[in-house]
Design a protein around this ligand. Structure first.
Ligand code: PA5
Length: 348
């Protein structure tokens, strides 16, 4: 890892250096939501489901986490997210299973989808192509096709709105206001956090600088913030190519705070990021952060914006997307390729 925390200037970035694909994709997130929101609704088979299941891994699977967090306060049936090829025993007739795979070729998602077919669950697919799309077309499953030629994690706007729309439609919940508010907030953040923005005011650049040589540990204090913390972790792993960890309050208050106590020397490597979601936060998060921050390299707090759950999620997650790209640049690496994931998939 380089110790040089300097970042390329905005001119260099806009000339299209090697980060350009990922940075452009990050900047395009509000547009993804805009485009996804005007897709015609997909008709589902049943009027009533006893449970909703999202099946997906990594950058696609997180769309299920987002949908579950956003709908959980209103949805009367359980929503679970499955991130493996096996399905829980209750999945079958009466289930709606949304299989989300950007590439459409992920082994676990294909295996789980085939199992859901055998169990006669209703299936809908979110994908840009691959075997999953073939399977959907052959069997007449409803499909939301998302634009191709991107990294799965860079397509979160498309994937999350598609998955959320399918689940929301299945239980008769409107997400129109949620998407509208998310777009409004993301448009403003895209301007404030873009490379051309004044560096003294660009909180994503300054946080990326602080993270060089540290291990980021991201905490969320509410359900929505916990999903955003996971998105931060995954973006830091894949874009910045650094180890990063996440946890959520209140669970972290029942174990993790002990690991940081008693002068453990490892603490000095940890840069803590707290994703605050004050209206919805579990009480006690402040105390847990106070205990955890002792001896850590620092604690940075980021507050959600907006009222709706989707807007609050994206307002927290979006800053992490920018930080992860700027950290990659600070380390002198290309945020886009994820060679280790390719190696794993080729051996599955
Ligand atoms: O970000 C990535 O590339 C991964 O986390 C992928 O999303 C994951 O491997 C699953 O692939 P897919 O999203 O194509 O189903």
């Amino acid at each position: 890892m380089t110790s040089d925390a300097s970042l390329p200037g905005s001119d260099q970035m806009s000339r299209g250096n090697r980060d350009s694909d990922m940075l452009a994709a990050v900047l395009a997130l509000p547009d993804q939501l805009r485009r996804a929101a005007v897709q015609p609704p997909v008709a589902l088979d049943s009027a009533f489901y006893t449970n909703l299941v999202v099946l997906g891994m990594g950058g696609s699977g997180i769309s299920g986490d987002v949908a579950a967090a956003v709908l959980s306060e209103e949805c009367a049936v359980p929503i679970i997210v499955v991130k493996e090829g096996g399905l829980p025993a209750f999945v079958g007739k009466g289930s709606l299973l949304v299989a989300a795979s950007y590439s459409g070729n992920t082994a676990e998602t294909l295996a789980g989808c085939a199992e859901a077919m055998r169990r006669e669950a209703d299936i809908a697919c979110v994908s840009s192509g691959g075997e999953l799309l073939d399977m959907a077309e052959k069997n007449g499953f409803p499909i939301v096709k998302v634009p191709g030629d991107m990294q799965p994690r860079a397509a979160l706007g498309y994937l999350a709105v598609a998955t959320l729309s399918l689940l929301a439609a299945a239980v008769g919940i409107s997400i129109v206001e949620q998407v509208r508010e998310a777009i409004e907030i993301l448009d403003k953040l895209a301007v404030a956090l873009a490379p051309g923005a004044a560096e003294t005011e660009n909180s994503a650049v300054s946080l990326a600088r602080k993270m060089v040589g540290k291990v980021p540990i991201v905490y969320g204090g509410s359900r929505v913030a916990a999903v955003a913390a996971n998105r931060w972790k995954c973006q830091l792993n894949e874009n910045s190519k650094v180890p990063a960890f996440r946890n959520e309050y209140p669970e972290m208050g029942h174990n993790e705070i002990v690991g940081w106590s008693d002068g453990n020397p490892l603490r000095s490597a940890a840069l803590l990021v707290a994703l605050r979601d004050r209206g919805a936060e579990n009480p006690g998060f402040d105390v847990a952060l106070d205990i955890s921050r002792e001896g850590a390299a620092g604690l940075v707090e980021i507050s959600s914006q907006g009222v709706t759950a989707l807007a609050r999620f994206f307002s927290l997650a979006y800053i992490g997307d920018f930080v992860s790209v700027y950290l990659a640049l600070a380390r002198g690496i290309d945020p886009t390729p994820v060679e280790a994931i390719g190696r794993l998939k080729s051996r599955q």
